[in-house]
Design a binder for this molecule. Structure first.
Ligand code: AMP
Ligand code: GLY
Length: 420
């Protein structure tokens, strides 16, 4: 069978590469993808993620068995609804189910209504009311743009002044456009963060290994928030009881709630959690796989990925198995200056040792050649599996030291919370 993956980053590289390893898959197309993916035998399709009718036409003309949607903005734009309307199979939530991600206020309403533990909050579109709420609650406090803001619409304010300023930027100065026309202001939760992913169809769900992302740009969780600078799975110091509790108190009720709301969920559900003194609580839901978490979770899948997704789509019981030993860890290499301004066009190192996977994101071939150049903020990611977090770190960092990363940077402490 032939499959289509929509998106262009490291996440889509990992999804497409894993699908191509599946027994019955002869070809995997990625739209629009990136040139680095072709090194793994993936086929690029020059159609953007927002061009739904062209994607649909491509899928029909090329006998695509089903498509896998990577990015949140495509889901929020209703790509799944459009594919379904055209009679095409697609793995991802409808626009209404994806609202769990594209509106933080909606996600909060669902959590409150169905008893899912999360931070106390208020939603405001009036600045004076937001300000009064912040002053009443005190700091630390968290201010979030309601809509999608490329991971940049969340301010964890240590003082009341910072929080008021953030609310002002969103509500009065229009810093995030429509995404910030409403803000969610919520209680600061203290604890360790982790991510829990599940493949979902309706009330059936299949949990993946736990993962931990590193969202800040620099070592020691310093610097601006990014899309994610590295991750590892599973999180060895998280007891199974925490996972079990998260399933019972978070995953099950939210999926039941979505069914009750007439928005049954299909696709990958991503719960961003924080382990507080009162147990796991939700920071956010995403309606898709995480980037860079996908790149460290999918290499641990030992069953046939395409068959698993086919079964889930067909409401058959899939046989999903995971590597049950060791840790998979990955470090993102980004352009110097990311997440702000950065240069493009730097030559990248050759593909590396065979026990290290390279996943590509912001890259493209130099003209008339197969030399990869940087072409975005997050450029590539090296991933490996080893017995322990420190063994995996050693392998990746040894490799990175051998590479010429002039003009690029990476964090040198991915996974250290697990080693302390
Ligand atoms: P988000 O974009 O919602 O994932 O938020 C970005 C980051 O802000 C999270 O990874 C957390 O580190 C932090 N954050 C968000 N909400 C809270 C909260 N209620 N309490 C503490 N930290 C938070
Ligand atoms: N790793 C964070 C995200 O995908 O949103």
């Amino acid at each position: 069978m032939k499959l289509l993956v929509v998106g262009s980053g490291g996440r889509e590289h990992a999804i497409a590469k894993k699908l191509l390893e599946s027994r019955d898959v002869e070809q995997v197309f990625v739209a629009p993808g990136n040139d680095g993916m072709t090194l793994d035998g993936l086929d690029l399709v020059n159609i953007g993620i927002s061009e739904h009718s062209r994607l649909i036409e491509f899928a029909k003309e090329n006998d695509i068995a089903w498509s896998f949607i990577g990015p949140d903005d495509a889901l929020a734009a209703g790509i799944v609804d459009d594919f379904n309307q055209a009679g095409l199979k697609v793995f991802g939530p409808s626009r209404l189910a994806a609202e769990l991600e594209w509106s933080k206020d909606f996600a909060k309403e669902i959590m409150v209504k169905y008893g899912v533990p999360t931070a106390a909050y208020g939603t405001f579109s009036d600045f004076e009311e937001a300000k009064a709420y912040i002053e009443k609650q005190g700091a630390p406090i968290v201010v979030k743009a309601d809509g999608l803001a490329l991971g940049k619409g969340v301010i964890v304010a240590e003082t009341v002044e910072q929080a008021v300023e953030a609310a002002q930027e969103m509500l009065l100065d229009n810093k995030f456009g429509d995404s910030g026309a409403r803000v969610v202001i919520e209680e600061f939760l203290d604890g360790e963060e982790f991510s829990l992913f599940a493949f979902v169809n309706g009330d059936k769900f299949y949990i993946m290994p736990t993962a931990q992302d590193h969202k800040r740009a620099y070592d020691g969780d310093k610097g601006p928030n990014t899309g994610g600078m590295g991750a590892y799975a599973p999180v060895p110091h998280l007891p199974q009881s925490v996972v079990d509790q998260s399933v019972e108190t978070i995953i099950k009720p939210v999926l039941k709630g979505m069914i009750a709301e007439g928005r049954p969920y299909l696709g990958v559900l991503y719960a961003g959690l924080i382990l507080t003194a009162d147990g796991p609580k939700v920071i956010e839901f995403n309606s898709r796989f995480g980037d860079p978490e996908t790149q460290i979770i999918l290499p641990r899948l030992t069953s046939d990925f395409a068959q698993n997704i086919t079964d889930i789509l067909d409401k058959k019981e899939p046989t999903i198995t995971w590597l049950d030993e060791g840790v998979t860890l990955g470090v993102v290499v980004a352009s110097e200056g990311y997440p702000l301004d950065y240069e493009k066009g730097l030559p990248l190192p050759e593909k590396t040792a065979s026990d290290i996977i390279s996943y590509y994101a912001g890259v493209k071939f130099a003209e008339n050649s197969r030399v990869l150049l940087s072409n975005g903020g997050r450029v590539y990611m090296l991933v490996t599996t080893a017995d322990t977090v420190s063994a995996a770190q050693e392998k990746i960092y040894d490799q990175l030291e051998k590479q010429d990363t002039t003009g690029l940077f990476y964090r040198t402490d991915i996974g250290s919370k697990a080693v302390k």
